[in-house]
Design a protein around this ligand. Structure first.
Ligand SMILES: *[C@@H]1O[C@H](CO)[C@@H](O)[C@H](O)[C@H]1NC(C)=O
Length: 331
């Protein structure tokens, strides 16, 4: 319910309650009574919010009963607080809800788990694990620095690897790492990309490291492996093609047993620009052994989309007047 219509409904109630006049009449009460009315209005608003929460349906079971025979897909998503965070996570969680045998590993860049992410995970109906690690100061992107200067989410992805290896404790969701010998695949899915549900079935049977093209990345329509006779023979990219693995984070998945068999395999926070993916993959595989998926890398099933940063000019103006949007409403 938009707050403006709430106001309209609540004011008369308060006016009546305070004995100030008949419903609908303008209130010319003293500052003292106005403060009291404002106090009541806030209480009523809180009550409506709580009522709305109570009335919300319980999280739907996301998936039909899961065939245990399928290898599980562990989707690792680093995330950090910003205006569009909830929108991005809701969109991603609802894509992931379409995928059977999926386990979402969400790693917050924060000191402690936030109510927004905890609540969203609990309501998602997905199998999940909630981890938290704050990016160290020196690695943090500074105000105004462009995103490519230092890779984001490195500590968070490494924390997920540590959890998969049984070396880290979760703050929410399923705390136990996958059981020994479990079949599975690990995919690093940032919260701002767009994923086709088909992509997950392409990666499910990964034996070592599987690869596919990524749309709208690297200043190109797509970037991706070049395949001949079912083998990766090169990479279509405009930028530093001599990198060992010129792949985007969204363009590969790793089998869980392979990852667990190489305890040293992790992302290097000091890797030069564009070499983060290579810093992990060099521990795992030779480029010629990459497994091409998505019809020999001819289909784009994931897109490097970016959400525009919302402008908050009016919000700031209203806040200066003490009339900003209710901070009690999660956005
Ligand atoms: C990929 O290419 C190989 C070799 O040309 C072919 O045998 C195979 O069927 C292709 N796979 C798909 C899914 O198109």
């Amino acid at each position: 319910m938009p707050s403006c219509s709430l106001m309209g409904e609540l004011m008369p109630r308060e006016v009546k309650r305070l004995g100030l006049g008949r419903t609908g009449q303008p209130c010319d009460c003293s500052p003292h009574l106005r403060a009291a009315a404002e106090h009541l209005r806030r209480k009523d608003l809180k009550i409506s919010q709580l009522q709305a929460e109570l009335g919300r349906p319980p999280p739907a079971p996301a998936q039909p009963p899961e065939p245990e025979a399928l290898p599980a897909i562990y989707v690792v998503t680093p995330t950090y607080a910003r205006l569009v965070q909830k929108a991005e996570l809701v969109r991603l969680s609802q894509t992931l809800s379409l995928v059977p045998r999926l386990h979402w590993v969400v790693v917050e860049d924060a000191e402690a788990p936030t109510p927004l992410v905890s609540g969203l995970l609990a309501a998602s109906g997905l199998r999940f694990t909630h981890l938290v690690v704050l990016t160290p100061k020196g690695q943090r992107l500074r105000e105004g620095e462009p995103g490519w200067v230092r890779p984001r989410g490195v500590e968070q992805r490494n924390r997920a690897l540590d959890w998969l290896r049984g070396k880290e404790t979760a703050v929410g969701g399923e705390r136990d790492p996958p059981p020994e010998g479990a079949r599975g695949v690990v995919y690093f899915a940032d919260d701002d990309n767009t994923y086709s549900r088909e992509l997950f079935e392409e990666m499910r049977a990964t034996r070592g490291v599987s690869v596919w093209p990524v749309g709208l990345v690297g200043g190109l329509r797509f970037e991706g492996p070049q395949v001949q006779g079912g083998q990766v023979v090169g990479f279509h990219t405009a930028w530093e093609p001599e990198r060992p693995f010129p792949l985007d984070m969204a363009g590969f998945a790793v089998s869980l047993p392979l990852l667990l068999s190489r305890p040293g395999a992790r992302f290097d926070p000091t890797a030069p620009r564009g070499h983060l993916e290579s810093s992990l993959l060099s521990h795992l595989i030779d480029p010629k052994d990459l497994e091409p998926r998505a019809s020999n890398c001819t289909r784009v099933l994931v897109w490097h989309t970016r959400t525009e940063k919302p402008k908050m000019k009016q919000e700031e103006q209203l806040q200066r007047l003490g009339r900003g949007s209710d901070p009690g409403i999660e956005v």
